[in-house]
Design a protein around this ligand. Structure first.
Ligand SMILES: Cc1cc2nc3c(=O)[nH]c(=O)nc-3n(C[C@H](O)[C@H](O)[C@H](O)COP(=O)(O)OP(=O)(O)OC[C@H]3O[C@@H](n4cnc5c(N)ncnc54)[C@H](O)[C@@H]3O)c2cc1C
Length: 423
């Protein structure tokens, strides 16, 4: 199996279809954006709303990267708890980032409502589930840190958590009412549509192949076109394709796969996740599960599906499902797909400066809210000239020796864990 977006559930059920065509000929703009996921589309939307002329180029289709393949958990904050964010960024910048990203679900669901994005929004919260009694300790620590910054999270005991999930394999959970689930590809494409409606020009099937500067003007070349722009946002994150004249910032590629069942019966849907919360667990090699609008259970974990060990991941998925939900033992997966998460060494996203531009990357598995926030705010900073709106300080160049080897380490660890666990 390849990392083909068409094999994903999200591709099959997407109800947003922005109309677009490849870039042809030479055009000028205030802002050029490269990459049509959450970051790029949010940036294009904001710049157009601020009255700037915008050209966005996407190599494939909108949402081709992580934005079209993810779990769809629209979380508040990052995967790291607040104290660890503070330790890495410093207390002032850390508190500010946690506060801004704590409000990210308000922003995401607000955009969905404002632009009528058809992306199955459900805002019933998320459950970070203890996979074993030992997992509760981590959740208690997270609850303490999150409550200390005013987050309305609630620690659920084993009985309550099991009732919410519909599984006896859960030992407690941290409930976050700020968060929820979306159809991730439809959200990306809905943002693209909103940007087009606001006056931005978005081009799919238009890979940027060369980036250069003449004087203070950027030139972005595609196979059939050329953009000349004063400002540039590079929003290619973990799916960056090589571009002549541009050094792609290093990330650790971590793969994550998912399977979706056929729609479950009404009886099963009354007991499995009856409240439709999105879930993930406290295991070192984490798993996630959620329902889609039609009642399909979508379950996933770390791992890629394109190598010799892929069958280990698929076998594990069946065992995990049976352990979590015995009523689903032996159920077939209607769709199976995977995607590439862009991690940084500190598990924190980065914004780096380009000359009159920015590149952001490394959302480390939390990009729905953060990608939206970073895209909007990078565009605002460039168009208004007020860099104080950026969600975190611009960082120096991010070096990551042996990034590929680190990625291979995660994949090997996930494969070995899936080989031995849930048997
Ligand atoms: C399997 C998986 C599960 C995840 N689960 C969650 C989750 O539940 N919740 C959450 O918040 N986050 C999750 N994430 C993270 C989230 O999906 C990403 O952080 C987010 O989508 C990043 O958005 P982006 O726009 O920055 O990048 P992307 O969506 O990756 O978009 C980059 C785009 O740039 C394009 N591109 C690359 N090179 C070029 C070029 N040269 N020219 C033109 N275009 C180019 C690519 O084709 C791609 O479409 C998950 C990620 C994965 C992979």
């Amino acid at each position: 199996m390849t990392s083909d977006l068409a094999s994903s559930l999200w591709h099959k059920t997407c109800q947003e279809h922005p109309s677009s065509s490849a870039l042809t000929g030479e055009v000028t703009a205030d802002l050029a954006v490269i990459g049509g996921g959450y970051t790029g589309c949010a940036a294009a939307l904001k710049a157009a709303e601020l009255g700037a002329s915008v050209r966005l180029v996407e190599a494939e289709c909108f949402g081709h990267g992580g934005s079209g393949r993810n779990v769809g958990l629209s979380n508040a904050g990052l995967w790291l708890p607040p104290e660890e964010i503070n330790a890495r960024l410093g207390p002032k910048a850390g508190r500010r980032l946690s506060q801004i990203l704590g409000e990210a679900p308000d922003l995401v669901y607000g955009l969905i409502e404002t632009h009528g994005i058809k992306c199955e929004p459900v805002r019933n919260g998320t459950l970070h589930c203890a996979h074993a009694p030992a997992g509760l300790k981590d959740l208690q620590n997270r609850a303490k840190q999150l409550q200390a910054i005013g987050a309305p999270v609630v620690l659920l005991n084993q009985e309550d958590a099991r009732a919410r999930v519909g599984s006896d394999a859960i030992y407690g959970a941290l409930f976050d009412p700020r968060a929820g689930t979306i159809q991730p590809l439809a959200y990306a494409r809905g943002l693209a549509r909103a940007a087009i409606d606001a006056g931005a020009h978005l081009h799919d099937q238009s890979p940027a192949t060369k980036i250069s500067r003449t004087g203070d003007i950027w030139q972005v070349e595609t196979p059939k076109g050329l953009i000349r722009a004063k400002q540039l946002i590079m929003a290619t994150n973990g799916y960056a394709r090589p571009m002549q004249g541009y050094d792609i910032p290093a990330i650790v590629p971590v793969h994550y796969f998912q399977g979706a069942t056929a729609p479950l019966s009404t009886e099963l849907r009354q007991v499995l996740l009856p409240g439709l919360e999105g879930c993930w667990d406290s295991a070192m090699v984490m798993s996630s599960w959620r329902m889609d609008q039609a009642g399909r259970l979508v379950i996933g974990a770390m791992g890629a599906l394109d190598h010799f060990g892929s069958s280990i991941h698929k076998d594990w998925l069946s065992r995990k499902l049976a352990n979590l939900f015995p009523a689903l033992t032996g159920i077939e997966m209607e769709s199976l797909w995977f995607g590439r998460i862009a991690m940084t060494r500190e598990y924190l996203p980065k914004i780096q400066r380009l000359q009159n531009g920015y590149v952001s990357f490394g959302y480390s598995g939390r990009g729905i809210g953060p990608g939206t926030v970073f895209g909007l705010r990078m565009a605002e900073a460039l168009i208004t000239g007020d860099e104080s709106v950026l969600p975190l300080p611009v960082s120096a160049n991010h070096t990551l020796p042996f990034a590929g080897l680190r990625g291979a380490y995660y994949e090997t660890g996930a494969t070995l864990t899936h080989f031995v666990s849930d048997r």
